[in-house]
Ligand binder design. Structure first.
Ligand SMILES: Cc1cc2nc3c(=O)[nH]c(=O)nc-3n(C[C@H](O)[C@H](O)[C@H](O)COP(=O)(O)OP(=O)(O)OC[C@H]3O[C@@H](n4cnc5c(N)ncnc54)[C@H](O)[C@@H]3O)c2cc1C
Length: 569
């Protein structure tokens, strides 16, 4: 039901933003920079949502670094045309490509939000318009101490995927931690990092050397003009208020009860889509059965539902309902399940293969996380899960799921006891233990090992693209992505489809203004992040596929609000 607004307002602002992930914070920051009074209402105790626990990568072509690396906007457009096919929406992509670089440049030069160009290739870099470098950027490290008391409001990183439960490492630091004894310099750097972490832990209860998505949200918080932005945690959107066809505010549930907050210029929905709302997942993604998500648990479609209640339209014609990653699942002693992302350390590395329920390979294991799960959904033997299979030497070297490489994990015994890993002295025994066919699994491993010798994966082309090769290394074999599965014991890890966030969402204009079922933009209502339908339509062109558009369309929403005529009181 849409409430009428005869009652008095409890509070007022120009722009009322719901959700404090990359989308909401970008909208808030750009709106405040345009001189508007902003209130950010976040349902949880912490700011940052999924974004704060993410890699923080943004895919934005055309930045100065990207152009210097040889990229052009036209090539990026060609790539997106190939990638999105019939789902390509020219108005959205034109806005993204035209405005994205300027928005990132504004952040980099006029705020403390800094993005650095990475060496990541596009995920399909060999396809038309694909780039081997220049489109994925990562947040620069940020010292959490600069936030002062606000540091306590920042979402801590995901314990499960961090060294020592919370130590954040940049990609440049990973090699030191993998081989701390490889040189005196590596050893010193590791010690220095551990010492700072220990000191921070005693003083703040967590590390302050922030990286990835945590650095992104912290730097956005730091860059907010605080005289114009009020950041509220434990304030949840309950209902939008509409008057004479215009969204004029919302009912917000805070610790002091429900309050009516007026938004003089606009409401921005950035509540992170619906990765944890089963009913919506069934409705919008019946062909993508899955039970796991690494998205923030508070993201249950409240922004989208509130918009639908005031006449908004959904945009459902996408390739997929979500962006995907393979994930293993840990169970604690109470039976609670926690998904563990297919991590950077073991992802696509030589010596591990993915097998279906029978024991057959079905995918190029070095392709992107999104592509692996998409292949699983398309595979005829799909039963919603598959296994990674490798030998013990692989696990020691790269880790596997929640298992860290040696020396960070010394024994696999507790992982095997809890059922997280399956270990067996021979391939037929491993096959029996995971429910696969003994002969098929043995044959699959033999065939894979034969490919290692020739260097050509004739079945799935592993090692053929620049993105594949990012996860390869010298193996003594002709193909850096292929190494044989060697001596026993053998190890298997059960893998499930998990969403990183949903892609189907509200229909909007290219300025991120929500469109109604009557196909007209709804005055005063905008959406960004995963509340709006993904610009890339459920496809995954490269690292930063969701956060690139989240930051850009958050900024575009703010700019459109700032230049729209002020409504008459
Ligand atoms: C481990 C991991 C790594 C990832 N790495 C990357 C990466 O490198 N690059 C990339 O592009 N994507 C990455 N992703 C995906 C990406 O993080 C998400 O798609 C993105 O953060 C979504 O941003 P958002 O602003 O829409 O939502 P979120 O960041 O989830 O923020 C939404 C916020 O809204 C709040 N909220 C929910 N309901 C309400 C309500 N009713 N009222 C008020 N607030 C509410 C939530 O509490 C939450 O804080 C990763 C995801 C994971 C899990």
């Amino acid at each position: 039901m849409v409430q009428q607004t005869q009652q008095a307002w409890d509070e007022e602002c120009d722009v009322l933003v719901f959700g404090s992930g990359g989308g909401g914070m970008s909208a808030a920051l750009f709106a405040a920079r345009a001189g508007l009074q902003v209130m950010v209402c976040e349902k949880r105790q912490y700011l940052g949502g999924t974004t704060a626990t993410s890699g923080g990568g943004i895919w934005v072509p055309g930045t100065p670094g990207g152009l210097a690396a040889g990229d052009t906007i036209e090539r990026a457009r060609e790539y997106l045309r190939w990638e999105l096919g019939d789902h390509y929406r020219a108005d959205i992509i034109d806005a993204f490509l035209a405005q994205g670089p300027g928005i990132i440049e504004t952040l980099n030069t006029q705020t403390d939000v800094k993005f650095e160009l990475s060496s990541w290739p596009d995920y399909h870099s060999d396809e038309p318009g694909g780039a081997k470098k220049g489109r994925t950027l990562f947040p620069a490290p940020f010292d959490g101490k600069r936030l002062g008391r606000d540091f306590a409001m920042l979402q801590p990183p995901m314990h499960r995927i961090m060294v020592l439960g919370g130590l954040m490492l940049g990609p440049d630091e990973v090699p030191d931690f993998l081989r701390p004894l490889s040189s005196v310099r590596a050893f010193r750097r590791v010690l220095r990092k551990l010492a700072r972490y220990a000191f921070d832990w005693l003083r703040f209860g967590r590390g302050t050397d922030l990286r990835s998505g945590n650095a992104m949200i912290a730097s956005m918080m730091y860059s907010m003009p605080r005289d114009r932005v009020s950041l509220r945690t434990q304030h949840a959107l309950v209902e939008l208020l509409k008057e004479n066809g215009r969204v004029v505010g919302a009912v917000v549930q805070g610790s002091a009860g429900a309050r009516r907050i007026r938004a003089r210029r606009a409401v921005v929905l950035a509540t992170g889509g619906f990765p944890h709302e089963r009913e919506m997942l069934r409705t919008y993604g019946p062909n993508f059965p899955h039970s796991q998500s690494l998205g923030c648990e508070a993201n249950v479609g409240e922004g989208i539902k509130s918009a639908l209640a005031v006449g908004a339209a959904m945009d459902t014609d996408l390739n997929s309902v979500a962006n995907w990653t393979p994930a293993s699942v840990m169970r604690d002693k109470h039976g609670r399940e926690t998904p563990v992302i297919y991590g950077y350390l073991d992802r696509g590395r030589p010596g591990v293969i993915a097998v279906d329920a029978k024991g057959r390979r079905f995918v190029n294991e070095s392709s992107s996380y999104h592509d692996i799960v998409s292949a699983m959904f398309k595979h005829s033997g799909n039963v919603g899960a598959f296994h990674f299979v490798c030998d013990l030497a692989f696990v020691r070297r790269h880790g596997l799921g929640a298992v860290r490489p040696w020396p960070w994990t010394r024994s696999l015994a507790s992982f095997v006891r809890s059922g997280y890993l399956t270990m067996a002295p021979s391939l037929p025994e491993l096959a029996r233990a995971i429910g696969a066919d003994e002969a098929t699994l043995t044959e699959t491993v033999q065939r894979h090992n034969a490919h290692c010798k020739t260097g050509v994966d004739v079945d799935f082309g592993r090692g053929a693209t620049a993105y594949n090769r990012m996860f390869g290394h010298a193996t003594g074999q002709p193909n850096p992505n292929l190494a044989p599965i060697g001596a026993p014991p053998y190890v298997a890890l059960r893998i499930h489809a998990a969403s990183l966030g949903t892609t189907i969402g509200l229909k909007t204009t290219a300025d991120a203004q929500v469109v109604g079922v009557d196909r007209q933009p709804i005055d005063g209502l905008y959406a960004c992040g995963n509340d709006l339908a993904a610009a890339f339509r459920g496809r995954y062109p490269g690292g930063g596929t969701t956060l690139g558009p989240a930051v850009v369309f958050g900024a575009l929403a703010a700019q459109h609000i700032a230049k729209s005529p002020r409504p008459v009181d």
